[in-house]
Design a protein around this ligand. Structure first.
Ligand code: ZN
Length: 129
């Protein structure tokens, strides 16, 4: 099942927990695994706390580690090497257990699509087994 996400910023964290939970509850799996995977090379999937200042901290951390336009080879092609490199640091998927038919997330855990080269229309695949 795919989740379609329309992002609105160049970089942002989009909480997709509710959409992932809908897929899981529709799947009818009692105990299993949910794999959430982005289809794009300039987005990441992370699990963390949905707190406004933390979300800003995550984006500024990525800017510090991978500054824009720092002489990357790929920028000679389409000027978004920093977006790809940030995506590599975050990873393209998350795996979350399913217990008693529900996502086994901790109290403060949410699933985010991290937009790193937006705004764009994005597709996230959710697989439940
Ligand atoms: Zn590129």
């Amino acid at each position: 099942m795919n989740i379609e996400v329309k992002t609105s910023q160049e970089t942002e964290l989009v909480d997709i927990t509710g959409s992932v939970k809908e897929v899981v509850s529709g799947a009818g799996v009692e105990d299993g695994l949910c794999v959430i995977c982005t289809h794009h090379t300039t987005t990441g999937i992370i699990v963390n706390e949905n707190e406004a200042r933390l979300k800003e901290d995550i984006l500024s951390m990525l800017d510090k580690i991978v500054p824009k336009g720092a002489g990357y080879q790929h920028d000679q092609i389409d000027h978004n090497a920093h977006s790809h490199l940030k995506a590599i640091l975050l990873g393209s998927s998350a795996t979350i257990p399913i217990k008693s038919g529900s996502l086994a997330l901790g109290t403060w855990q949410s699933v985010f699509l991290v937009e790193l080269d937006g705004p764009r229309n994005r597709t996230v695949h959710v697989s439940v087994r």
